[in-house]
Design a protein around this ligand. Structure first.
Ligand code: GLU
Length: 411
């Protein structure tokens, strides 16, 4: 076990962290979960909040407006340095200058209570409603130990970085409050998975962020998310990630999964030692590096060399298997991907036949109400989904399909 690093000590809650705590949680874009270790223990989100704040303002105000105030270039300086870029703007939203400025762009028209609730709600939705709470103690300690952040904010004020009417104390309070939100590995993994899934939360299927928002957010996580190790991390791991001084890292494998790691001891750059080691080993195992073209090419080549029947067969199997398992989340995902939910296999069976025969009322409801599939299709033996429900004694489904058929006759 990697015992390197030291826990952050600038506030008591971080100084008290158990250096042996260690959790890894994974959530895939179709909502599969796997967690190991202390994945339910709370920790403050810290700088990972910068990612979510940035995504929120992008989503609310659009990239052009946001980048009138904040750049998108790595700074080459430590995260809390009092420095602006050549245009007199914060270099990027993943360091303190940019993140504090981002807070001034968050619903400035709201009063401070409403504003915090609005943002917290956004964060909570990105986490699929899973564990998240404000941590008053952490907020107060952040505020008590914030000379550097006050200095940054006043420096930016002197350089006219903020939009007109900005109330500096409120902006800083919001920044501290957002850093002081507690999450755990499980909820962090859902946040990362929502980003991996183009802004659609894999747990709730809520469409929370526009794809442009996600693209910009991941781009800056990729180039600036890991403090002064960002360049090396991009080189070695090749994936967007963001870390915080509580020892957490969210790692995004676009279109595949989100991962949240937590281990408090930090390296010289402020990244979790174990977290970094995990990311580097993970990559050796799975080759998710963005530019691992060798492996990707072979995959793609395999894909394009499949005949159209092979591709079709794989799709049918996927949909019918989801129905067989009663996995509504997977089914919804296929529907969102534009998969034809009415398709029949070589025996003429549809997902609705399978779900009816297996008695998965939730899938039947989803297929009928949200996908509007054709419930009259017959399989090669002449059975409709209604007859399947009857044959296998699935009463509730039989009634539902009978109602549908009856309604059709009446209208
Ligand atoms: N609350 C910390 C600060 O602004 C965030 C530190 C971090 O996670 O990078 O100094």
């Amino acid at each position: 076990m990697n015992k390197n690093g030291k826990v952050a000590t600038y506030i008591p809650i971080l100084a008290r962290a158990d250096p042996d705590s260690w959790g890894v949680s994974v959530c895939t874009v179709d909502g599969q979960r796997h967690s190991i270790g202390d994945v339910k223990d709370p920790f403050t989100i810290q700088s990972v909040s910068k990612t979510l704040t940035y995504a929120s303002i992008l989503n609310d105000r659009g990239s052009e407006k946001v980048h009138e105030y904040i750049g998108y270039e790595p700074s080459g300086h430590s995260f809390n340095k009092i420095r602006l870029d050549v245009n007199g703007k914060p270099h990027n939203p993943m360091i303190n200058t940019g993140a504090i400025l981002a807070c001034s762009l968050l619903k400035p028209e709201m009063d401070k209570r409403q504003r915090f609730n609005y943002v917290k709600n956004k964060f909570q939705n990105l986490a699929g409603g899973e564990f998240m709470r404000k941590n008053l103690g952490a907020f107060l300690s952040e505020k008590d130990n914030a000379d550097q952040n006050f200095a940054i904010a006043y420096y930016m004020k002197a350089n006219k970085c903020f939009p007109e009417g900005t109330i500096l104390e409120e902006v800083l309070d919001l920044y501290f409050q957002l850093c002081a939100i507690d999450i755990n590995c499980e909820s962090g993994a859902v946040i990362a998975a929502t980003l991996a899934n183009g802004g659609v939360c894999p747990i709730t299927d809520d469409h929370l962020l526009r794809s442009e928002t996600v693209q910009d957010t991941l781009s800056l996580m990729f180039s600036c998310g890991m403090y002064d190790y960002s360049g090396q991390f991009a080189f070695k791991v090749g994936l967007p990630a963001k870390s915080g001084v509580s020892g957490c890292i969210i790692l995004v494998v676009p279109k595949v999964m989100g991962v949240c790691l937590w281990s408090p001891p930090l390296d010289q750059w402020g990244n979790s030692c174990r977290g970094i080691e995990f990311c580097e080993n993970f990559n050796e195992q799975f080759h998710f590096h963005n530019f691992d073209i060798g492996k990707e090419m072979t995959l793609r080549q395999r894909h394009t060399s499949r005949s159209k029947y092979q591709n079709k067969a794989m799709e049918v199997v996927k949909v019918l298997f989801g129905a067989f398992k009663g996995d509504v989340t997977a089914m919804r995902r296929y529907a969102l991907q534009g998969v034809e939910m009415n398709q029949q296999d070589y025996d003429g069976r549809t997902a609705l036949h399978v779900a009816a025969a297996e008695g998965h009322l939730n899938v039947v409801n989803f297929l009928l109400e949200e996908c509007h599939v054709d419930f009259r299709l017959k399989d090669r033996w002449g059975y409709t989904p209604l007859e399947e429900a009857k044959r296998f004694g699935k009463k509730d489904i039989e009634e539902l399909l009978e109602q549908m058929a009856g309604y059709e006759v009446e209208t």
